[in-house]
Design a protein around this ligand. Structure first.
Ligand SMILES: [Zn+2]
Length: 442
């Protein structure tokens, strides 16, 4: 109902009138008698009432302390668990030229698995308008934060070009700058200097000429894929030196650098994953056949390349797990990401595989879920308040049939997802997934 009415309102009114119209008709939803995972601490609050009005959580408390207003829509939470929606902090918008229907399907796949926030890590023209439409709920999708067009060796050949590009992207309104491989150190430094001056952050890969230590000392905000760590540790092919590991964990913590591991995606990139296993992923049914064929072909190309060595790939993958565990235990800041949609990482569904990989590296369910909830909110706290089940937070919620702190598999047994206050019951999710699967057969 809500999402049918909104476009109508938007076409009738504009500007501040629109805001008033949306606020005036904001309705209240009450989750009653539900167990809450607030996610700022490792606990479950039982028999809670959670109120949502508009796009905000307005109250969380026991039945005695929180009254359900007359006319509120009630969602029965008996035996169920309510947690914050999840963040995909290295995601992507579909490629330039994708149809509107395909873009909306990708957004739906994210939401269907409880991913309510996406930091999209490669900008192209048109995305800013798309972001604004989604974030105003004119299009159903996760709240988007966008990196601009890439800073790479081939797109940014000189310090002067870097400076001009930072100014341009700041002016255009991108949320952050995306660093790609190939940047020369002086060009990187010019980008970092201009970014500092203008108050925009940069994040992403670690160019080889720059190196991990220099990048984080210059204030790179996130190191995605744990890029640069294995090179720093010289551990692609052999054991990790514990002294070097301590050194880089300490530097990561002290510089307040966020890392986004993307463990599973990287196993696909380095070629330690099993193609047969990946081709059997049930979620591939939601991607166009041509896309899956492309992913398969590029994986085959990688593992038949002259430089490919299976033993190196396997050692690197194992060392990345040791590294992740050390970063976690050493107090470094970790946020969740899977690089979807990309290389067998299907939007939304990829979170379950990444969570399993983080667990196998030795992180607890609570620690893993924090990387996708509370930590995401902390990382983006200058933009909005979200990531906890607490009053004032954006109403991004995931209602589950069991407690994911006891068993992470419970994350895929949903009762529904709420994004910016809009409730999507599991029946709608299943209907949407069936439609997408049918469309993807072509
Ligand atoms: Zn990416």
């Amino acid at each position: 109902m809500k999402h049918l009415l909104r476009p109508l309102l938007i076409s009738l009114v504009s500007g501040s009138t629109l805001l008033l119209a949306l606020t005036a008709r904001a309705e209240t939803t009450a989750f009653v008698n539900v167990s809450v995972l607030p996610m700022d601490r490792d606990t479950v609050l039982t028999e809670q009432t959670v109120l949502v009005t508009g796009d905000r959580i307005t109250a969380v408390g026991s039945r005695e302390t929180v009254a359900v207003p007359d006319g509120a829509r009630k969602i029965d939470g008996k035996g169920k668990f309510l947690m914050p929606g999840l963040g995909e902090m290295h995601g992507h918008n579909p490629a330039v030229g994708s149809s509107e229907a395909y873009v909306e399907n990708i957004y739906f796949l994210f939401l269907s698995n409880g991913v309510t926030t996406v930091r999209s890590m490669l900008g192209w023209p048109g995305q800013l308008e798309l972001r604004d439409k989604v974030n105003r709920s004119q299009i159903l999708g996760p709240t988007l934060y966008l990196a601009g067009p890439s800073f790479a060796g081939n797109t940014v050949p000189s310090p002067a070009a870097a400076e001009a590009r930072v100014r341009e992207q700041k002016r255009e309104g991108w949320d952050l700058l995306k660093v790609h491989p190939g940047l020369k150190r002086d060009t990187f430094d010019a980008m970092a200097r201009t970014a500092d001056e203008l108050g925009i952050r940069f994040a992403g890969h670690i160019p080889i000429d720059v190196g991990l230590v220099h990048a984080i000392e210059k204030g790179q905000e996130t190191v995605d894929h744990l890029d640069g760590y294995i090179e720093f540790l010289q551990a692609a092919d052999g054991p990790i030196d514990p002294k070097k590991l301590n050194e880089i964990v300490r530097l990561t913590r002290e510089t307040n650098t966020w890392v986004i591991p993307t463990m599973v995606l990287w196993e696909t990139i380095i070629g330690s994953a099993s193609l047969d296993e990946m081709m059997r992923f049930p979620e591939l049914q939601y991607m166009p056949r041509s896309q899956v064929e492309q992913w398969k072909a590029s994986y085959e190309r990688r593992i038949t390349h002259a430089n490919y060595k299976k033993s190196t790939a396997m050692t690197t993958a194992e060392n990345r797990k040791i590294l992740l565990k050390a970063l976690h235990e050493g107090g470094a800041k970790i946020i969740f990401g899977t690089d979807a949609p990309q290389q067998f990482s299907v939007p939304g569904f990829s979170i379950h595989r990444e969570i399993e990989s983080m667990a196998s590296a030795g992180m607890s369910p609570f620690a893993i879920l924090q990387t996708a909830t509370r930590n995401v909110g902390e990382y983006l706290k200058s933009r909005d308040t979200f990531g906890l089940v607490a009053p004032g937070h954006r109403a991004d919620l995931l209602l589950l049939q069991g407690n994911p702190l006891s068993d992470l598999n419970e994350l895929s047994k949903r009762s529904g997802v709420m994004v910016r206050g809009q409730w999507i019951p599991e029946s709608e999710i299943q209907a949407g997934l069936a439609r997408i699967a049918a469309e993807s057969k072509n």
